[in-house]
Design a binder for this molecule. Structure first.
Ligand code: GLN
Length: 484
């Protein structure tokens, strides 16, 4: 048998259920793996070792007594550290929340636990989810398991790297403008951003709430399906979560997929790294071999996606982060000798530079006199973009392009140039602005560095993404496991 830590979620679950090994043996294997590689990868902020072992023993007891232990019984899951976990620190990789222990579980965490999954720890991210490399974490950067000198993508870089390096079977990330798909692409794993409103955000610490969704990062498409079936669906605690799907499970892997029509977005291919475009075109050839029709289209709205995204995201961030006033969160105030200047500078020193930049710009675009010039205009552009995307889904089943226009790069290479960082999100922000689902799937490597292909579908058409991703997963032959 291969190492237990190598098993995907469903494989681990089946092995535990059939009695091939116990959940405790499997969790020990994951813990040993973490001890071996975590010093190099740095994917975790907090480990949950003792609780995970106790949970594993509970699962083993249920299996021995033939109780239903759930569709993810025993499977190890890592949770991005901006998703609340009861009794387990949730820092958002920020000094502001360095000691925050939530008194409740996010709905997604509660649902995973109800399905028998075991939370193995909390994963690194860019502070409050703001970034694309995980370098803006208060706890230092995560390293890409495919090349430790390189970034793993972000902001859910810990979630991408931990799954890729076999430190957990599956993870959750949050995707405001690409944060599930970017690390999935850079770490050669599968990441899905669901339709806005299909997964509860209750317990997700908000960065830009009109854009973000929680999504799974896994090594196989089949595992993505299993996680989505467990976490999605209506939640009375989140009124942006749609009343849909009374019939669970709603996604599945089909044996045969009928050909579909795909449109390649010219603007997303033009201007990306040549190694990336070569890989995307050769992946598209695979679809054609299966009889899929592909057409090249032009999407004008791509040109204003980034200004619209960053204006809206920063405006919402400035409002969402206003609650961190150092009274309810952060330092405690000195009762004697209170001084305003010290108080203000303490608030400031609790946030990193990138977060402060965004709060300032966000407050500016919302301020009287500039509101209609910037924020309102950004909202109008967002509507245009959504209309253009949706009109194309009347003609094609899927839109396709690279997930990221560039290959993973060295840690530190772009850290001093925020604009360069923002530009990398050009392919991913479209799905967030339009509220549609999108998936990143490994498509190849260049010089050992992973390249992901992105597929987008109309609202609630996740099944189409799964069909295409599963077809590509079986059709391409690439290295799946980094040598670490
Ligand atoms: N890189 C984007 C940003 O910094 C997306 C982040 C995310 O999806 N959380 O806003």
């Amino acid at each position: 048998m291969s190492n237990l830590y190598d098993l995907g979620a469903l494989e681990a679950h089946r092995g535990i259920n059939q009695g091939d090994f116990t959940a405790e043996e499997y969790v020990w294997s994951i813990i040993e793996r973490i001890e071996r590689v975590e010093g190099k990868v740095h994917a975790f902020i907090t480990l949950n070792k003792e609780n995970a072992l106790n949970d594993a023993r509970e699962i083993d007891k249920k299996i021995r007594t033939k109780e239903d232990a759930g569709s993810l019984a025993g499977v190890t899951v890592g949770i991005k550290d901006n998703i609340s976990t009861h009794g387990l620190k949730t820092t958002c990789a920020s000094k502001m929340l360095e000691n925050y222990v939530p008194p409740y579980d996010a709905t997604v965490v509660e649902r995973l636990k109800n399905h028998g999954a075991i939370v193995i720890g909390k994963l690194n991210l860019d502070e409050f989810g703001m970034g694309s490399t995980t370098e803006y974490s208060r706890y230092g950067p995560t390293h890409n398991p495919w090349n430790l000198d390189y970034v793993p993508g972000g902001s859910s870089g810990g979630s991408g790297a931990a799954v890729s390096s076999r430190e957990c079977a599956i993870s959750l990330g949050s995707d405001t403008g690409g944060s599930v798909r970017c690390p999935a692409s850079f770490c050669s794993v599968v990441g899905l951003k669901p339709t806005y409103g299909s997964v509860s955000r209750f317990g997700l610490i908000s960065y830009a709430n009109s854009l973000e969704q929680i999504g799974p990062i896994c090594r196989t498409v089949e595992d993505v399906v299993t996680v989505m079936n467990a976490i999605s669906g209506h939640d009375p605690n989140d009124n942006t979560c749609f009343l849909l799907r009374s019939n669970v499970p709603y996604l599945h892997i089909k044996k045969d997929t009928a050909p579909s029509s795909i449109a390649i977005v010219k603007e997303l291919i033009d201007g990306c790294d040549p190694a990336v475009s070569r890989t995307i075109y050769s992946a598209l050839d695979k679809f054609k071999e299966f009889g899929w029709e592909s057409t090249e289209i032009s999407l004008k709205s791509v040109n204003y996606a980034l200004p619209s995204y960053y204006t809206i995201a920063m405006a919402e961030a400035s409002s969402n982060l206003a609650r961190y006033d150092n009274i309810r969160y952060g330092f405690s105030l000195p009762v004697e000798g209170f001084e305003w200047n010290t108080y203000i500078s303490n608030v400031r020193s609790n946030f990193g530079e990138e977060v402060k930049r965004r709060i300032l710009i966000g407050s500016y675009v919302l301020s009287s006199g500039y509101y209609s010039k910037y924020y309102l205009k950004a909202r109008q552009l967002r509507s245009l973009l959504r209309q253009e995307l949706l009109s194309n889904f009347g003609k094609y089943d899927l839109l396709v392009g690279p997930t990221m226009p560039v290959l993973p790069f060295r840690i530190g290479e772009k850290i001093d140039d925020p604009l360069k960082m923002y530009l990398m999100d050009v392919d991913t922000v479209l799905a967030n602005l339009a509220g549609i689902p999108a998936i990143s799937i490994p498509a190849g490597h260049s010089n050992g560095l992973p390249i992901g292909l992105q597929l987008m579908a109309g609202p609630f058409q996740e099944q189409k993404l799964i069909d295409a991703a599963s077809l590509l997963e079986n059709a391409i032959d690439i290295a799946r496991s980094p040598e670490i």
